[in-house]
Structures are given as C-alpha cells and as structure tokens.
Design a protein around this ligand. Sequence first.
Ligand code: FPP
Length: 254
Amino acid sequence: MAISSTQVVPDTSAIPQHVAIIMDGNGRWASKRLLPRTAGHAKGVQSVRRAVETCGRLGVKYLTLFAFSSENWRRPADEVSLLMRLFVQALEREVARLLEQGVRLHVVGDLSAFEPRLQDLISQAQAKTAHNDTLHLTVCANYGGRWDILQATRNMLLARPELAQNPAAIDEEALAAHLSMAWAPEPDLFIRTGGEQRISNFLIWQLAYAELFFTECYWPDFGERELLAAFEWYRTRERRFGRTSAQVHGVQGR
Ligand code: FPP
C-alpha cells in the first residue's frame, strides 16, 4: 500500500512522481473564440495526449486527471453527453497509443452511473493495458473526494466489521487501504489550469501534502512548455512535511 504523507516523510525527487491535474478552462477557451463550449472539451483531449506523452518521457510514474466530477452532472445535458462521447471516442481510439507508450490506464469514480457500453469500454481498456508500468494514467470520472472517503469508509467496515465496535482502532492505514487510488503514492504536484484557485472536491484526502500550482492558462492551451514550467516551479519548493527548514537540510541545533 502507498505511504501516507502524514505518517512517514516520503522520499522526494526533482521530477514529481505523481502529478494530479484539474483540467479547467475548456469552456472559456471556446467562448473566447465564439465556439460552443463543447469545442473546448474536444480540443482539451489533445492536451491530455500531450500531458501523457510528456509525463511518460520525463519519468513521471503517475498522472491523474480530473475528467468529470460528481457535480458535473449539473451541466447542460448536451455538454454532459458530448463529454460522454469524448470518453467513448478516447477509449476506442487511444488505447493503441497507450500500449505503444507503456501506459497503464485506470478509471476511478462511481462508474455505475455511466451507460453500460462506456463501462464495458473502460473495463476493456483497463484490461488491455494492465501489464504496462511506464506511466499509470488515472482518469477520475464521476469522481468526488468526499465520495471516495465515504466509499472507503463503507468498504473498510464491510471488510473489517469488528472496527464498528472499536472505532479507536480505525487509523489512517485502515481507511486509506480502501480509497480508490490506494495502489498509488499520494500526488506530489497538483496543477489546476484556468485561473481558479481551489481543489473542487478532487483527491481531498490524498492532496494533504501536495504542492499546489495554479496557472491562468486554459487547459486546451496547456502544452509541454507549461508542464515544464510547473515542474520547474515544483523543483524550487521545499517539501517540509511538517518539519522545519533546518531539519530538511540536516542542520542541527536550529
Ligand atoms: C473543465 O473545464 C473541464 C471538464 C469538466 C472536462 C475535462 C474533459 C476533457 C479535457 C476531455 C476529455 C478527457 C479525457 C480524459 C478523454 P470547464 O468546462 O469547467 O471550463 P470553464 O471553467 O472555462 O467553463
């Protein structure tokens, strides 16, 4: 199981091992060009492709993308159905490319809400790429951080019913083992495009110690240059995980 950043100080490196992205600004990118919002999502798929390629090449091991939140069902029906079509298309067309690049695909979220055909395509794409290990690409779909904590709590109690009688025995490890990304380390770097500065119910448990990078750049304009700028900023961060700066640098007596 992945190490918890609140329990143990994780190893860190110049290139983040796990990058999590909120791909925001598709609608505004399109509106600025007098295009329908859906054109922004279609263009956003190209940025997904670029991010996967760049992360794979630079040695990032985990890339997690927030594609559709539990709250996105509130959007106009035509936008929701276009997003569903884009997922289907991407699953049909991109798997060969993922295989070439050694990418393993995971889709996490409450997938029961999706139409059966989409659920089947997700299972097939996950199975076809299951042997890959260069980059783990996780698409969060119908995902919400609170949903994740709730489903983890329910599944923990189903797996270990005795904990209900002894709540004091519930620790982070017990719960985290049931989070939907229990197999991955916590994100080192969180990126949100599109100018907003919030986490919007993304991996709220797992982002506890992530470095948070916000950029005005709209997601369809986010390419290799912008990703490298985020990595450069990340490299300058001092990751203290609750320690003092002197402790991080091994200086005694401060
Ligand atoms: C947020 O922009 C973006 C989304 C809700 C959807 C993201 C989806 C994609 C990039 C395409 C499909 C992805 C995959 C993995 C195949 P917004 O619509 O909220 O933009 P706005 O804030 O400018 O309105």
